[in-house]
Structure formats: C-alpha cells, structure tokens
Design a protein around this ligand. Structure first.
Ligand code: NAG
Ligand code: NAG
Ligand code: NAG
Ligand code: NAG
Ligand code: NAG
Ligand code: NAG
Ligand code: NAG
Length: 207
C-alpha cells in the first residue's frame, strides 16, 4: 500500500511539474494519422505526422468541456490555397466515443468550429497566424492519409477524421487519473492514440 502511494505521488508530481514538454516518444505513433496536442496555457498546438512534429502558436479559443477534438477536412470543389485551407474540429468528451458536430450554436448564430490561418469573423476556433508554420501544418495534415469514420451526435451521417487534438491541461490530467489511466492497462482514453484507434497511451506523457 505504501509503495503504491509513493508511486502515485511520483507520477502526480511528474504530471504537474512541467506541462510545457510533451513526451512524444512515450506515445505510440498513429502512422498515417495526425496526433495533436493543444496546451491552453501556452496556446501551442503541436502535431505529429508519420515522421515529424510541427508546433505552432495559435490565437482564439475552443469551447469548454471537451478534452478531444477530431480533425476533419473541409470538402471544397476545386483547388484551395494553403492559406485558405480549413480543418473542422469535432468535439468529444474523453470518455465518449461519439463526436459533436463541428458547428457551435450561439444565440442567433451558428459558428463553425475550425482550425484556420486567414482571419475570420468568428468567436470560436483556433487560428495559426504564422504562415510558415501553417504551411508546415497543412503539409503534415496532407500526409495524414489515414481515415477514421466516426459517428456524430444526433446525426445519421458519419464523418471522416484524419486525426485528433488532445487538450492538455492540469484538469484533464486529473481526469485521466480519475478514469484509472494509471491502472491496469484498462484504458478509457478513447483518443485517436487511445482505445478508439487501437493504440494504447503510455505514461508519463509529460516531462
Ligand atoms: C499508411 O498508408 C500507406 C499508403 O496508403 C500504407 O501503405 C501503409 O500501410 C499505411 N501505414 C499504416 C501504419 O497504416
Ligand atoms: C463522462 O464524464 C462525464 C463528466 O465527468 C460524466 O458526467 C459522465 O457520467 C461520464 N460518462 C460515462 C459514460 O462515463
Ligand atoms: C437574438 O435575436 C433576438 C430576436 O431576434 C434578439 O432579441 C436578441 O438580441 C438576439 N441576440 C443576440 C445575442 O444577438
Ligand atoms: C462579425 O459577425 C457578427 C455576428 O455574426 C456581425 O454582427 C458583425 O457585423 C461581423 N463583423 C464583420 C466585420 O463582418
Ligand atoms: C498534398 O498531397 C498531395 C498528394 O498526396 C499533393 O499532390 C499536394 O501537392 C499536397 N498539398 C500540399 C499543400 O502539400
Ligand atoms: C440530441 O438529441 C437529444 C434528444 O433528442 C437532445 O436532448 C440534445 O439536445 C441533442 N443534442 C444536440 C447537440 O443537438
Ligand atoms: C453538421 O452541421 C452542418 C451545418 O449545420 C451540417 O451541414 C452537417 O450536415 C452536420 N453534420 C452532421 C454529421 O450532422
């Protein structure tokens, strides 16, 4: 019992000390899918493709209450410039397998939750202002050819995702602990790099 407590303490301390460093090495690669981590404190979005990691600073905000956002492509006719490319965010709670649609209902408006580069008149979503970083991100996403078709809440239509964003903050870490992630390999973290896509997350993720 004593040993367990000590081990848990060590892990807890490890998790809370340095939120800034994400240990990509300790997470199995999702191969042809994009794995992203968003850290609200620093507003940095880091994504890993099949062989590289791209980290970009962002502005904007994501809706509260979701730990995971599925990444989908905007399907448009014709050629779209890299700058005007957009990616949908499909919110999901950590312990759910069903996603919400990428639209957010305001009082009189419907906003589309997305990741983008060009300035837009919207109150939700993340913008990557730096065009060089954005281009690298688009290239990484472009190379993510893997597709996972997932259900959307209250909809009979399913949507194709090429990756997921995990929101990385202290509160979420506590929930991971609460969900028993430090337990016996029983893993409720249905993240793209979790149970849902068949790759188990390993701890510690933060260093
Ligand atoms: C990635 O995609 C390529 C081409 O579609 C395929 O040959 C390869 O097996 C995929 N890799 C993984 C890990 O799924
Ligand atoms: C998922 O988590 C939420 C918030 O912690 C909780 O209210 C809900 O009961 C959980 N659902 C399941 C299926 O575990
Ligand atoms: C929404 O529409 C109603 C009626 O048209 C209006 O009274 C209200 O001020 C609007 N709310 C916002 C936030 O624009
Ligand atoms: C931005 O959107 C709001 C509400 O949708 C609208 O009232 C406002 O005029 C828009 N501003 C610009 C610059 O388009
Ligand atoms: C995306 O990939 C396709 C082929 O996989 C390539 O033709 C295209 O130029 C790429 N676009 C960008 C923006 O990298
Ligand atoms: C989904 O449907 C249920 C019951 O029909 C409703 O209570 C809920 O608000 C709906 N959720 C969304 C996001 O539309
Ligand atoms: C999501 O919302 C958009 C806009 O309201 C709608 O066109 C689309 O069909 C919805 N997608 C799903 C899967 O329900």
């Amino acid at each position: 019992m004593m040993k367990l407590t000590v081990a848990l303490l060590v892990v807890l301390v490890g998790l809370t000390v340095a939120v800034e460093e994400f240990k990509w090495d300790s997470v199995p690669s999702a191969g042809n899918n994009s794995q992203c981590v968003y850290r609200p404190q620093s507003r940095v979005l880091g994504c890993r493709g099949s062989d590289n990691v791209v980290e970009c600073e962002t502005v904007g905000q994501l809706p509260q209450g979701f730990e995971v956002f599925g990444l989908g492509r905007e399907s448009l006719e014709g050629v779209v410039s890299v700058e005007s490319q957009r990616y949908w965010f499909y919110p999901r709670e950590l312990n759910q397998t069903v996603y919400h649609n990428h639209t957010v209902q305001g009082q009189n408006t419907t906003e589309e939750l997305s990741l983008f580069h060009l300035e837009r008149n919207q109150t939700v979503g993340l913008r990557v202002p730096d065009v060089k970083c954005w281009t690298r991100l688009v290239e990484l996403f472009n190379a993510s050819v893997g597709v996972h078709v997932v259900p959307v809440l209250n909809s009979t239509t399913e949507v194709p995702l090429f990756g997921e964003v995990l929101i990385l903050e202290r509160q979420a870490q506590k929930r991971w602990l609460g969900l028993g992630l430090l337990g016996l390999g029983l893993n409720p973290l249905l993240f793209g790099w979790g149970g849902l896509w068949g790759v188990a997350p390993l701890f510690p993720l933060l260093g």
